[in-house]
Ligand binder design. Structure first.
Ligand code: PHE
Length: 370
């Protein structure tokens, strides 16, 4: 619309719709943020090629949160106040998303975390956060999946847990794993903790080894997990090592080495080996675009962008408040990682996969429905 002299209440309409990305492009979990950005860019390219949304093109503006909570607050503030995005995608890590959440709330702009699985991301003290959404399942489910895998598939009766005390994700996932494992009749025989950026894990690993657990659950991110797995094997810990989605990075094998990762299993959001036609098509287009097999972060970045586009279309508006209302109504949306139906806490109910590490490769083991 053109601004006219008389009765000119109408603002000039922006030609594009700005979508922000609050992502870990550098720092401790940089492969996560980069994959996510790639997945989002691919979705936006495809959406724009098909005519955009509400007749407008989507523009993606990404801000680097450097894998740090305080930087995540800065990144989302910049996206909302300077770039005027109408929805933010990200962050990846739960601690970084939690740090950004209040900014979204104060400015009344919704965000969709692609991969943050901690329950607190969308629910704060029993109350749902109006502007917070996510594209992934949550840790109570993921913890149960791995506890059941330990009890049922590996027939373990005892487990030890090794927690990253600097991450909300790790502490939460450990707790949910323990609860389910105990419910299955198992016993937690030892618990130790580490911190992000630690290098030497041998002292605590020696203690874990002494408790002689049948499996060890390590809900961390690939940088530390890679070193832990390597040092555990050097200490003669031969037991199965288990983890969650934080293991999903090509760097894991680089750091740990393929041999150390044998007898390693983790839960994840999707497997590129899945024969579902949507997965096959996505893997093909992603490989064509980037020459790489997409990991789960890429798939969930792609899916979060589809969620945003779907909500803007249904809202029939680019007003953040209306997009937020439409997001809360997301129903039966087909995406790469499944079918998105948001529950009243803004969480999708969807399946998980268990991956086995074999000769340095991720092998699809089983798919588990909620
Ligand atoms: N789920 C992790 C978190 O909440 C982030 C993550 C997702 C890491 C997917 C790896 C893969 O912090």
């Amino acid at each position: 619309a053109v601004l006219s002299g008389c009765g000119g209440a109408a603002k000039p309409e922006a030609k594009d719709i700005k979508i922000g990305g609050n992502l870990e492009l550098t720092g401790g979990i940089a492969t996560f943020g980069q994959s996510t950005a790639n997945g989002i860019k691919l979705a936006i390219k495809e959406i724009n090629a098909a005519g955009g949304v509400l007749g407008k093109q989507l523009t993606f503006i990404v801000a680097d949160n450097k894998s740090e909570p305080s930087e995540s607050t800065n990144a989302i503030t910049k996206l909302i106040t300077q770039d005027k995005v109408v929805t933010v995608l990200g962050a990846v890590a739960s601690s970084n998303t939690l740090a950004a959440s209040q900014v979204a709330h104060d400015n009344k702009v919704p965000f969709i975390s692609t991969t943050s699985t901690n329950p607190k991301v969308t629910v704060d003290g029993g109350k749902v956060r109006d502007y917070a959404f996510r594209a992934c399942f949550i840790d109570p489910f993921q913890g149960t999946v791995m506890a059941n895998f330990a009890s049922k598939s590996l027939k373990a009766k005892t487990a030890a847990v090794y927690i990253d005390n600097s991450s909300d994700y790790s502490k939460g996932l450990a707790q949910f794993f323990e609860e389910s494992f105990i419910k299955n009749g198992g016993k937690i025989v030892a618990k130790e903790a580490f911190l992000q950026k630690d290098q030497d894990f041998k002292a605590t690993l020696t203690k874990l080894k002494a408790s002689n657990p049948e499996v060890i659950f390590i809900p961390g991110y690939y940088e530390e997990v890679g070193k832990i797995v390597k040092q555990a094997r050097e200490l003669g810990i031969t037991q199965p090592l288990l983890g969650g989605d934080g293991w999903d990075s090509p760097k894991l094998v680089e750091i740990a080495g393929a041999a150390s990762l044998e007898n390693g299993y983790f839960s994840n959001h999707y497997s590129p080996e899945d024969k579902d036609p949507r997965v096959v098509k996505f893997v093909e287009s992603y490989k064509k675009e980037y020459g790489q097999v997409p990991d789960a972060m890429a798939a969930l970045g792609y899916d979060a962008a589809l969620m945003a586009a779907d909500a803007i279309k249904r809202a029939n508006s680019t007003e953040p408040g209306k997009i937020k209302d439409a997001l809360a109504q997301t129903k039966d949306l087909q995406v790469v990682t499944g079918l998105i139906n948001l529950d009243s806490n803004h969480n999708p109910i969807k399946s998980a996969v268990v991956i086995e590490m074999k000769e340095g490769k991720q092998v699809f083991k089983e798919k588990i429905n909620p």
